[in-house]
Design a protein around this ligand. Structure first.
Ligand SMILES: [Zn+2]
Length: 289
């Protein structure tokens, strides 16, 4: 109980006391800007049809995000075979892509997700990171895609990564950041008395809500205390021009003429979105040699 209270009230980055935030479950660090919640995690729920449909809608973007991470691993490590650990693979978008080149392993606590990944032919450990990773196993890269912000004890997770990654290896973290446009909008709406978007972004009432919102700066500060150095810090692509016309044409079954008319305003929105503060970032850290 004492530990839980201490975690709730102390910043994991700068050790300052956390101050009350915008909701009774939300806290902020006035010194480094870290935000956290005391929302409860419920692992081992059952997938619903709604979730399946939501996953389908996200597929193209997630596949692209996975390729973005793998491109960096290939470039930075430059080895023909890589031992990769994907923490909390979820539907397996990263494993699907990584398995085309390397032999990645996933670690997944949720039994039904674990079963799905195994039935797709992926190598997966059913359990929690870091305690269920086989002892003395080392990796070239450990991957957290939309996962780190769900972990209660992040400092321990990062120091375990430092022990499990070969010198010169990589720790890759993709996560929502507090500087994002949508996150900032959600806060303004919450302060104006409309908290539903803010609660949605923190995934309140979802099986695994967000426990933290970092900035790229305070995350780097935290990870670099464990012998890592920042190598990549860039926004994750959410909307792209690639195949945009085809997506407009076929996703809504639009005629060629209608798709042509729709293309320009949608392309303009994609262009605008690239200029605005992005909500998801990719940070890759190199372990000291
Ligand atoms: Zn702080």
């Amino acid at each position: 109980m004492m530990t839980e209270m201490a975690n709730t009230l102390t910043c994991i980055v700068c050790r300052s006391a956390l101050a009350p935030g915008h909701q009774d479950w939300h806290f902020t660090c006035r010194r480094c800007g870290l935000e956290r919640s005391n929302l409860k995690v419920k692992i081992n729920h059952n997938f619903s049809l709604d979730e399946d449909q939501r996953l389908q809608a996200l597929h193209a973007v997630r596949q692209r995000n996975a390729k973005q991470v793998i491109g960096h691993l290939t470039r930075l490590l430059n080895k023909s075979s890589l031992q990769i650990l994907d923490v909390g693979p979820g539907p397996g978008w990263f494993l699907d892509e990584a398995a085309k080149i390397y032999a990645p392993v996933g670690i997944e606590p949720d039994r039904s997700i674990f079963d799905r990944l195994q039935s797709k032919g992926h190598k997966v450990i059913n359990g929690f990171f870091p305690e269920d990773v086989p002892k003395d196993q080392m990796f070239d890269a450990i991957i957290f895609n939309d996962v780190l912000e769900h972990i209660e004890d992040i400092p321990t997770a990062i120091s375990k990564c430092s022990e499990m990654i070969f010198p010169g290896g990589l720790l890759s973290v993709a996560l929502p950041v507090k500087s994002g446009l949508f996150y900032k909008l959600s806060k303004i709406m919450s302060m104006a008395g409309f908290p539903s978007f803010f609660k949605r972004l923190w995934q309140v009432d979802m099986p695994s809500p967000h426990l933290y919102y970092f900035s790229t700066k305070n995350l780097t500060q935290l990870v670099e205390t464990d012998g890592f150095r920042l190598a990549v810090c860039e926004p994750m692509d959410v909307l792209t021009y690639d195949g945009l016309f085809e997506r407009i044409r076929y996703s809504g079954e639009n005629s060629f003429l209608k798709a042509t008319v729709l293309f320009l305003p949608i392309a303009f929105l994609v262009f605008l979105h690239k200029l605005l503060p992005r909500d998801t970032f990719l940070l890759i850290f190199t372990k000291a040699k």
